[in-house]
Each structure stands twice: as C-alpha cells, then as structure tokens.
Write a protein that binds this ligand. Structure first.
Ligand SMILES: NC(=O)c1ccc[n+]([C@@H]2O[C@H](COP(=O)([O-])OP(=O)(O)OC[C@H]3O[C@@H](n4cnc5c(N)ncnc54)[C@H](OP(=O)(O)O)[C@@H]3O)[C@@H](O)[C@H]2O)c1
Length: 237
C-alpha cells in the first residue's frame, strides 16, 4: 500500500508518530523521521531497520525545518504530530503560556508544510494533527481548544491551495501513550477515568488507533480537507 513511497513524520520518535512509522514500514514505506533528541532518533531508526532514516529538527524553528527538507528529493506523504505546548486557562496572565498552543502546535505545522513544499510530490498526502478538544473543549484550556479548531481550518484552506495534493487532519481523543505516561500518575488516572466515562466506547484510545487513522488519510486518494476523529465517540456526547 505504501510500497515505494517516502513518508516524512515530524515527531516520529514517540506516541502517534512512532506508531505511524512502524505501521508504514510494515506496509512497505520508506520513512524519514524528525525529532529534537538525537539519541532517541538513532535508537528508533535502528529499531525500524533499513527502511528508516532520522534527522534532528525543531519544528518551532523555520531554518531547522528548511535544513531538514533540503536533504530530501521527493516526499509522498507528510505527517506532523510533533508538538510541545502548555495548556493555559482563559484568565492566565502569563502570555507565553497562553500563546503556547499556537506557537508550539499550530504554527509549527504551518511552517512544516511550507518548508516541505519544494519536495512534496504533486499528489502527496499531508496529515496534520489537531485534537478532540477543538470540537468539545474541556474547561480551562481555551487557547488549546481554539488551536485544534484552527488546525482543522488550516487543513481545509491548504486542501484548496495545494490541490491536487491532499491535506487532512486527525483529531484524536485522549490516548494511552508516552505523552500521558510521562505525566503525574494521579492526574493521568483521573483524566483517563473521566474520558472513559465521557466516550461512547467507554475507554481511552491507543496511539495505534490514531496512527491507523493518519495512515488511512495519507493513503486514500480521494480524501481531502477532512477531519477524522479517532476519539471513541467523545465529540458526540
Ligand atoms: N496523546 C494524546 O492523548 C493526544 C490527544 C489528542 C491530541 N494529541 C496530539 O497529538 C500530537 C502528538 O501527540 P503524541 O501523544 O504522539 O506526543 P508524544 O508522544 O509526546 O510525541 C511527540 C513527538 O514530537 C517530537 N517533538 C516534540 N516537540 C518537537 C519539536 N519542537 N520539534 C520537533 N519534534 C518535536 C518528540 O520528539 P523530541 O521530544 O525528541 O523532539 C516526539 O517524537 C500532539 O499534537 C497532541 O496535541 C495527542
């Protein structure tokens, strides 16, 4: 399905990006991974075998993004899960914290697609990452919710501007992956149990659930401008 295709994953060393890389290699892709931590990149690339390469990149830095894509000739698929933001309540006075979701999740994906353009194949697929909080905000996270909605708007706009390249979004719900495993266990347990009660499918998701949705959008030749929600029905409740 991905035989002979080159897939770039910015944020491919953990969570959704890492699972997408594993699935894509199993399906025949050559994957090129980006992340900030050189040692982590090296170990992930080694675990994926000959079909994987990895280069350091910081997606908050446009020069770093340009240097990353300058190495490549042709990219058939681009997936951009990398993000490292803080969540802030509406009345938060620390402006850096309030802006963090846009600065570290929205704009990095915008600039990543722009930096990739010179090497994106004419019919490439692009998948951005939003989140279920865009459609169903949780209390105390206004700029994060707005950022996720903005990413869906960006994908629709880029689907228009970059056609016949295809641009879509995944908007996952809460997933049991490295991101949550790195957080305080009590906070995680409360969040997981609240999320499970709030979904139709009564469980948190897995990073595989989200990665599989991303690969579907990268591969399907007639999907563009769409948001897929691997969220267990969270946004319907
Ligand atoms: N996990 C969830 O429950 C969940 C739910 C809804 C939405 N999402 C969204 O899904 C996306 C990915 O989440 P995840 O769970 O896969 O996260 P994760 O496990 O923390 O993985 C993040 C990846 O991005 C890389 N990265 C972080 N900051 C970067 C930067 N500035 N430049 C380049 N690479 C960077 C990390 O590697 P380095 O640290 O080495 O750079 C890592 O490979 C995020 O946008 C998140 O908001 C996640």
């Amino acid at each position: 399905m991905f035989e002979g295709k080159t897939l770039v994953i910015i944020g491919g060393t953990s969570g959704i990006g890492l699972r997408a890389a594993r699935l894509a290699v199993q399906r025949g892709a050559r994957v090129i991974l980006g992340g900030r931590d050189k040692a982590r990149l090296a170990s992930v690339v080694e675990s994926l075998g000959d079909s994987a390469e990895g280069y350091t990149v910081d997606n908050t830095d446009r020069t770093s993004l340009r240097d990353f894509f300058a190495r490549l000739d042709r990219v058939d698929g681009l997936f951009t899960p990398a993000a490292s933001y803080q969540v802030a309540g509406f009345t938060e006075q620390d402006e850096e914290k309030v802006r963090s979701a846009f600065e570290r999740k929205f704009w990095p994906q915008y600039w990543t697609v722009q930096a990739a353009l010179p090497v994106l194949a004419p019919e490439a697929g692009i998948v951005l990452v939003g989140g279920a909080a865009g459609a169903r905000p949780v209390p105390g996270a206004a700029s994060y919710a707005a950022c996720n909605s903005a990413i869906e708007g960006l994908a629709r706009a880029l689907a228009v501007d970059l056609a016949p390249r295809r641009v879509n979004v995944i908007a996952p719900g809460t997933l049991d992956g490295e991101l949550w495993q790195s957080r305080d266990p009590q906070l995680r347990d409360n969040a997981f149990s609240h999320y499970a009660q709030s979904t139709l499918l009564k469980r948190v998701g897995t990073v595989e659930d989200a990665a599989d949705a991303a690969l579907f959008l990268l591969n399907n030749p007639y999907m563009t401008g769409a948001t897929l929600s691997p969220d267990g029905g969270y946004t319907l409740r």
